[in-house]
Design a protein around this ligand. Structure first.
Ligand code: ATP
Ligand code: MG
Length: 237
């Protein structure tokens, strides 16, 4: 699903990733960990085409994205949901409209948009907040809106950068259970986190980055053998 071959990334000559090789299968759940500055966000950005590699090849769903044309990037992103550290919700729009935006851009009918948005808001426990602007939500609720927005188009891949940063332990578990649930439905999930308690609790495949290199890999024995069919949010209601 996601493959990196000898990927290097430098920012103005400074190495952020060094000779990274990675193979993530469809339906896997992978944690990325490592110290601040190790390259976790950079790795996720490369997969999402928010940054280009300085060297190396990146395949996403069999497609070489290292040299992809600018104009093809939006098509690639339709299959990838992202929750980045600086999750920017539109302050002047409601929770509903924040989540609906991608579907509007894709030209979906308003009845389909309503159905999908309400289903995903229900899945994150925020259907009662649909009409509120994001500023009237707590930090954890805003984080869940960001996750709902990433999931509304039923992406094949979900990239989450510190999705539980700044959340209390109960909300952290809610968010993690949500990501695990999405994964069980067949979405390939990559989560960058500093939180060692999460790594211990969930026992997933874990890649540790150290100054831009993949230092160690653990938990790969738990790699999934069978991939279930992906059901939509609506089917699960
Ligand atoms: N846009 C940028 N321009 C220049 N240098 C950058 C840029 N983004 C990241 N870097 C540098 O690249 C390295 C890797 O950064 P990255 O954000 O990937 O680390 P990280 O593992 O996500 O860290 P954190 O845990 O603090 O989020 C760091 O040295 C960082 O300073
Ligand atoms: Mg980061």
């Amino acid at each position: 699903m996601i493959q990196l071959f000898h990927v290097h990334k430098q920012y103005r000559g400074q190495p952020a990733l060094v000779d990274v090789n990675l193979d993530v299968d469809k339906g896997e759940f992978v944690f990325l960990t490592g110290a601040s500055g190790a390259g976790k966000t950079t790795l996720l950005k490369l997969i999402f085409c928010a940054e280009r590699p300085s060297r190396g090849q990146i395949l996403v769903s069999g497609r070489n994205i290292a040299r992809i044309r600018e104009s093809a990037i939006p098509y690639l992103r339709r299959n990838i949901g992202v929750v980045f550290q600086d999750f920017k919700l539109l302050p002047s729009a409601t929770v509903f409209d924040n989540v609906a935006l991608t579907l509007h851009v894709l030209g979906r009918s308003s009845s389909e948009i309503r159905r999908r948005v309400m289903a995903v808001l229900e899945a994150v426990g925020l259907e009662h907040k649909a009409a509120n602007p994001p500023q009237r939500l707590s930090g954890g609720e805003q984080q869940r809106v960001a996750i709902a927005r990433a999931l509304v188009n039923d992406p094949a891949i979900l990239l989450a950068d510190e999705p539980t940063g700044n959340l209390d332990p109960a909300l952290t578990l809610d968010i993690m259970n949500l990501l695990a649930d999405v994964n069980v439905r067949g979405t390939t999930v990559l989560v960058a986190t500093h939180d060692h308690s999460l790594l211990e609790r969930y026992q997933k495949r874990t890649l540790t980055l150290d100054r831009g290199r993949i230092l160690e890999e653990s938990g790969s024995a738990s790699r999934r053998a069978a991939i279930p069919d992906r059901g939509s949010w609506e089917e699960r209601r």
